[in-house]
Design a protein around this ligand. Structure first.
Ligand code: URA
Ligand code: SF4
Length: 186
């Protein structure tokens, strides 16, 4: 697994398939336990992630860590990846074309890690995987499937920073994740 992921990581680090390579400082491939049963997928690197080369290390990352801890996991127990591996300028949402160009890396990553459950963070990651044109508020907390793997969407932690009232809904989603993984291991 490690070798296969390293191969893709190398390809990503020199990738110029879309114009986002021009302004990146670092590619952000993903981080965590490659044997995890739970994979989180975010949108794209922000400023801090671009500087450090790791996913979710800024303000949204601190909140994501708390969310992960709330169901008894440490960050090192799970894996975090993004749909897009290079930072979009000014943190604008990734374009359709960029998502399509970068998708092959994410697909390979998911297949190699082969988790039991994927939690998509926010509308872009959710739409990118599920291709269902519905608001994240109606998709979240339900189970879907991608590449034969169960998917549960939830709100993006950056959205929660702006809308803290919806943290309660994410807590509901986290409880579903916890009980899914518990039942799954029986
Ligand atoms: N937001 C994301 O979607 N991904 C990151 O890595 C950081 C912020
Ligand atoms: Fe390549 Fe993805 Fe970076 Fe675009 S965002 S240059 S497709 S790695």
């Amino acid at each position: 697994k490690e070798k296969s992921l390293d191969k893709i990581r190398k390809r990503v680090s020199s990738c110029k398939k879309c114009s986002l390579y021009k302004e990146r400082k670092n590619t952000v491939f993903g981080k965590g336990d490659i044997n995890t049963r739970l994979l989180f997928i975010g949108e794209a690197p922000g400023k801090e992630e671009d500087l450090i080369g790791e996913p979710f290390v800024g303000r949204a990352g601190i909140l994501l860590t708390k969310i992960i801890n709330s169901i008894g996991f440490e960050r090192k127990d799970i894996y975090i990846a993004n749909c897009i591996k290079c930072r979009p300028p000014l943190n604008r949402p990734p374009s359709e074309d960029e998502l399509r160009q970068c998708e092959e890396y994410l697909i390979e990553q998911i297949k190699i890690i082969n988790p039991k459950l994927i939690c998509t963070l926010g509308k872009y990651a959710t739409l990118n995987l599920l291709k269902i044109e519905e608001p994240i508020s109606s998709l979240r907390g339900n189970f879907y499937e991608y590449l034969g793997i169960k998917v549960i969407p939830t709100f993006h932690p950056a959205y929660l920073l702006r809308n803290p009232r919806d943290k309660a809904l994410v807590w509901e989603d986290m409880k579903k994740i916890r009980s899914f993984l518990k039942n799954e291991s029986i």
